[in-house]
Ligand binder design. Structure first.
Ligand SMILES: [Fe+2]
Length: 392
């Protein structure tokens, strides 16, 4: 293993995924598949990533162990239908392990396909809003390789699935969905557009902020959330603007992953709850929806979470001495708005194709999200409608 690649094992009670991080980390895949005893491997990705030289090199290296099949049908926001097709492909091929490479969509699909490969129809059977996800079997072992620094799907037990018939976007969550290994290779981040790096980076920042103020936060998740903010906030602009700055890319990639350690335990809040219908109904990318809604959600929470926002302001390096907690909270929100503007985040739902007439439906869809229960200030339906209207 090259000196630039670090192996990271977290305490078992915190996170079971073993991470390899550093330029060239993708090269660890073949050896890890051999360790897993997997001779038949299915790579899960989208079509753009399938065409990247790095993905082709990954497939070639995995072939050294046996046979590889590439399932490149993952769309942005993967559907239950895609996961079922992936599961069928994996069973037909006799896959013994799944490698997911791409953004959150591909990694989420890879986790669902690893389960679907063992139990046909599993994804469809989990379309139960408000009910716990059930996995009473062992999915195929999974290696996840992010090409964006945002969702932290590589270290979370979540798989976010769009249900085609019911038009619902649900967060499936079960400890058996955790990957075995995550390979964080900052060189892969330079393969996506600045717009994708913006959306992913703002998603990661939203994870860290919502996790820190979550009602379910613990001392441990708060420590991780602040650690993530210290890595993300100062490097986000540079990481979006300068794809070749590996130091900035690595900071943001590891920051996004650390935020994942926090929010996989604490869950999130009103911003993520409100973002779900934007993607389900209007195909707004997840990170774009969060980037847009983050300042509105933070203003809603400003008083209820003021001392916590003051901590975050300090972690962002904002000078808050002499300010009250409420003033520090407002200063932080303005800082987050400026950061979003600097990297091209949209500020209005009208800009991203959302229809105003859908607001009552969106509020109704956001309300049952588990994230709402974790938000520091409990919103009612009227609050959600007001926030969506403000953000329109
Ligand atoms: Fe997110």
């Amino acid at each position: 293993m090259s000196d630039s690649i670090e192996r990271i094992d977290f305490p078992e009670h915190e996170n079971p995924v073993t991470v390899f991080s550093g330029p060239g980390a993708i090269g660890q895949a073949a050896g890890l598949l051999a360790d897993l005893g997997a001779q038949r491997v299915m790579i899960v990705c989208g079509q753009t990533v399938a065409g990247l030289p790095a993905a082709k090199a990954l497939a070639d290296s995995a072939k050294a162990n046996g046979a590889v099949r590439v399932f490149d049908q993952v769309e942005p926001d993967p559907s239950d239908v895609t996961c079922a097709a992936g599961g069928t492909a994996a069973r037909d091929f006799g896959a013994e392990a799944i490698v997911g490479i791409g953004g959150g969509s591909s990694m989420d699909a890879a986790k669902a396909i690893a389960a679907e490969a063992i139990q046909a129809g599993w994804t469809q059977s989990q379309d139960n809003p408000g009910q716990p996800t059930e996995v009473d079997f062992e999915p195929l072992p999974t290696i996840l390789i992010p090409t964006t620094a945002g969702t932290a799907s590589e270290v979370t037990p979540f798989s976010v699935i769009i249900y085609t018939e019911t038009k619902r976007k649900l967060v499936l969550s079960h400890p058996k969905l955790y990957a075995k290994y995550a390979l964080l290779d900052p060189e892969l981040l330079s393969t996506c557009s600045p717009q994708v790096r913006m959306a992913a980076g703002m998603d990661a920042l939203t994870h860290a902020i919502e996790s820190y103020v979550s009602k379910q936060a613990t001392e441990q998740t708060r420590r991780r959330a602040l650690e993530a903010i210290r890595m993300l906030a100062p490097h986000l602009v540079r990481a979006v603007e300068a794809p070749g700055d590996m130091a900035a890319q690595q900071q943001v990639q590891e920051g996004a992953m650390i935020a994942g350690l926090a929010f996989s335990k604490s869950r999130l809040g009103i911003v993520h709850a409100m973002a779900l219908p934007l993607s389900a109904l209007f195909q707004v990318p997840h990170g774009v929806a969060n980037a847009l809604l983050l300042p509105y959600g933070m203003r809603f929470n400003a008083e209820a979470a003021a001392p916590l926002y003051a901590d975050i302001a300090e972690a962002c390096g904002i000078e808050i001495s002499g300010l009250t907690a409420s003033q520090a909270a407002i200063t932080l929100i303005e800082h987050v708005e400026q950061l979003g503007r600097a990297i091209g985040a949209p500020t209005r739902m009208a800009e991203v194709g959302v229809e105003e007439a859908a607001i009552p439906q969106m509020a109704q869809d956001a309300m049952p999200s588990a994230h709402i229960a974790c938000n520091p200030r409990t919103p009612g339906m009227d609050d959600l409608i007001e926030l969506y209207t403000e953000a329109y």
